[in-house]
Design a protein around this ligand. Structure first.
Ligand SMILES: [Fe+2]
Length: 367
């Protein structure tokens, strides 16, 4: 997702535009954020009284959160607080809006799209469909389900969790007189819409009812305050980890490197694996620190000399690798006649060259 940083944005100050798309005629929209590469977007939508559409699907994952009014979906009456997650290719029931309603509508993968269909696409992940009223009596969890945690006074209800990306959608609130005195940033993009109430951040000022942000990774936010409390819908696009500090001048690049420095200190073998410039199993995208040489310690604006700390240095001098672990595994654990390590049956192109190096563990030819 490559949406630009939008913060603060107060949608109540903007006018609606008329939808002219199949499946959305009779609705109006405001764009809160937009990915110019693929059209993925977050919209506030007003479904005007009399809006109707047949059952159908989209080629994007779609999320809908009802802010007010009433929407009948597949014959079931849904009111404010109702949340839907509709995986790409899963058919949503027929929609009827007798008297008008407003909703947040998220297209996570593409521009808004609708295709009438009575059936799911055969590749659709139907089990991922969610329909729940988030305002019903389900327990609020403490914000400390993420550790390290925000200050006490943030409560949330997790509405959706993606086990592959660790993306989350959650209702959250700040208690009145909420106060957090440090600065935060994350590896994930973070998005929020203020359903009601105002919160304050040092960098962006007051975010009132109707306030919205789309915040790419590694952007400082906080200290925080909410005088009278607020309730909001939040989303992340991947794992939420709180990196805290007290330096208001650090920039996203410094924050990124400080996050990498945490990994360098705390999970050195994982750091080496991510930062390996060559062969990097699995063959997915390389990490965000790929520009660094594997042995290089990322700069940390708070702890400039951390890499020379004896314990950190000791861990990084270890030449442990998965291949070595495999070689040194007790023979009894290796079934007789079985391959000594996992079969490499994948095919991949080593840039057409015969010679290449394979990280600190050395190369192992498969015989
Ligand atoms: Fe945050």
């Amino acid at each position: 997702m490559a949406r630009p940083h939008i913060e603060p944005f107060v949608e109540l100050n903007e006018g609606y535009k008329k939808f002219r798309l199949r499946g959305f005629m009779g609705a109006d929209f405001k764009t809160l954020s937009l990915d110019p590469d693929n059209g993925a977007c977050t919209l506030k939508v007003k479904f005007n009284g009399g809006f109707k559409r047949p059952p159908g699907l989209s080629y994007s994952d779609v999320e809908i959160f009802l802010l007010n009014g009433e929407m009948i979906v597949g014959g079931k009456r849904c009111i404010e607080g109702h949340y839907f997650f509709i995986p790409a290719g899963v058919t949503m029931g027929a929609i009827e809006v007798p008297q008008g309603c407003e909703a947040l509508v998220y297209f996570n993968d593409s521009e808004p799209h609708f295709e009438a269909s009575a059936e799911n696409h055969h590749f659709a992940l139907a089990a991922g469909y969610i329909s729940v009223n988030s305002y019903e009596d389900r327990p609020w969890a403490s914000g400390s389900i993420v550790s390290p945690s925000t200050a006490t006074g943030v409560m949330l209800k997790l509405l959706r969790y993606d086990p592959l990306t660790e993306a989350m959608t959650f209702l959250y609130c700040m208690s009145p007189e909420y106060l957090q005195d440090n600065i935060s940033y994350h590896d994930c993009a973070e998005e929020s819409y203020h359903i009601w109430g105002t919160s304050w951040m040092m960098q962006f000022g007051e975010l009132p009812t109707g306030g919205y942000f789309w915040r790419p990774p590694f952007i400082n936010h906080g200290a925080f305050r909410s005088k009278q409390g607020c309730i909001a819908l939040g989303r992340t696009d991947s794992k939420l980890h709180n990196y805290f500090h007290f330096n208001p001048w650090s920039n996203p690049s410094e924050n990124l490197h400080r996050a990498a420095a945490f990994l360098y200190r705390q999970r050195p073998q994982l750091f080496k694996w991510i930062a390996a410039a060559d062969h990097n199993h699995p063959h997915g995208p390389q990490g965000q620190v790929e520009a660094l040489a594997p042995a290089e310690a990322p700069p940390d604006f708070e702890r400039k000399d951390y890499a020379s700390d004896p314990q950190v240095a000791y861990l990084h001098k270890q030449m442990f690798s998965f291949l070595e672990a495999d070689r040194s595994a007790p023979k009894a654990l290796t079934p007789k006649g079985a391959a000594r390590h996992m079969d490499h049956t994948h095919t991949h192109d080593h840039d057409g060259l015969g010679s290449h190096t394979h990280g600190p563990g050395g190369h192992h030819h498969h015989t």
